[in-house]
Design a protein around this ligand. Sequence first.
Ligand code: HEC
Length: 172
Amino acid sequence: MRNCKILVFAPKAVAALFLCLSFLVVVSLQDAGAQNNDVKKWPSLSLKNPAKPRPVQRVILKGPLNGDPVRGKKIAYTRSKGNCLACHVLEPDGVQPGNVGPNLSFQGLMNRPDQYLYQRIWDARFENPETIMPPFGTNEILTEQEIRDVVAYLQTLKKFYQPPPPKKGASN
Ligand code: HEC
């Protein structure tokens, strides 16, 4: 009788074992695939010219700031230049400012040294490697003088301004 029972259950056990093993094989094959980063079989532009971010640059502001806040404001408001408005509130005449970054309308009250602001605009990754703020100096978006101008502009911002929320029912 006992032998008989074994005969009945044995094929089920074998089948279960087989299922388990095949599952393990599939999982390990998938793992092997995930670790295989060799994508040469599929040529693409990014493969031929992998764009790596430029390394973080530390800079020292030399001499007096010599920045022009009027030019700095223009740079901060111009899309193809600083485009700071896209992420920061600056002044009431800055239309549709973004709020991804902190409100800078009172940055001049924060007693930030020129050197700090200069480095922050040159390459904010020195402080926060994960920042989404573009490294304006490192990536040559702004020149040294343009960054000096923007720093001079930020130092003049001393009046807190919070844009009103969009009107109810307004369609953008
Ligand atoms: C794509 C969005 C983006 C753009 C464009 C941008 N920033 Fe920022 N900025 C941020 C974010 C986000 C932070 C918050 C801290 C961080 O993530 O580095 C920040 C932080 C700062 C700070 C520090 C503020 C504080 O009080 O701690 C300053 C100063 C600053 N930005 C200036 C500028 C200036 C000047 C420009 C234009 C030349 C600019 N940012 C453009 C996203 C941006």
